[in-house]
Design a protein around this ligand. Structure first.
Ligand SMILES: *Cc1c(COP(=O)(O)O)cnc(C)c1O
Length: 230
């Protein structure tokens, strides 16, 4: 089932790349395995998937030891300061830096471990009251703050478009995020690593590919619906 779903998603990515005139390897698929057991991750791994996304630090910590070591984990969830220590050096890329306090904590933990942590800035691109992410207004100063941290590597931007039935409604937000990356890159002394755009989920990843996503985060279309216990 998971292998079959991965194949379908891969085909859709390929077709979207063709439409956009982009090489297939210009965008990476993150299989979002949150709430799914290690067995489901292992199934996707057996089908060739190596990059996975989680939104709780505890889930990475619990699953990673049960799984092959060449799996790469990305953290895509809302970051709590007291959980940062579990993620630094474990997550290849943290997508959700949205405040100076979180950035400062990542800097502290990365310095302690003597490593450089790859991060994206999460942008509240539709300025929704209910959404995580830095406001457009705060973004410039958050960028400068992160640039000044020696153990952070600024790799680009991440956003979650407003929930909608029609993927076309996400397009203006994906375009906006791409423009923001270009504008912000001009503010950096060294913009060479500031290249990534993490955008697009099960409902809208093809539109995201068309608009320049370098990472798409796909859960439901690969692993099926999530069930949350209450
Ligand atoms: C859960 C989640 C996804 C995946 O969502 P699907 O609709 O299941 O593909 C992507 N990005 C973030 C930030 C998420 O929390």
């Amino acid at each position: 089932m998971i292998a079959e779903n991965l194949k379908t998603v891969e085909e859709r990515i390929r077709t979207a790349c063709l439409r956009a005139g982009r090489p297939r390897d210009s965008v990476q698929l993150i299989a979002v395995s949150k709430t799914k057991p290690a067995e489901a991750v292992a199934e996707a791994y057996a089908a060739g998937q190596r990059l996975f996304g989680e939104n709780h630090a505890q889930e990475i910590v619990a699953k990673a030891p049960q799984l092959p070591k060449d799996i790469r984990w990305h953290f895509i969830g809302n970051l709590q300061k007291n959980k940062v220590k579990y993620l630094v050096g474990v997550a290849d890329l943290i997508h959700s830096v949205n405040s100076e306090a979180i950035a400062a904590e990542i800097e502290k933990q990365a310095a302690k471990r003597g490593l450089i942590q790859n991060v994206l800035l999460e942008v509240n691109v539709a300025e929704e009251a209910s959404k995580q992410g830095a406001s457009l207004e705060a973004l410039g100063s958050l960028l400068s703050f992160c640039e000044a941290q020696p153990h952070l590597r600024l790799c680009g931007l991440m956003a979650v478009a407003p929930l909608t039935e029609d993927p076309e409604e996400s397009r203006p937000y994906f375009i906006r995020l791409r423009q923001l990356r270009e504008e912000l890159a001009k503010q950096l002394k060294d913009p060479s690593s500031f290249r990534e755009l993490s955008m697009g989920m099960s409902g809208d990843f093809e539109v995201a590919v068309e608009e320049g996503a370098t990472y798409i985060r796909v859960g439901t279309s690969i692993f099926g619906p999530r069930y949350y216990s209450v």
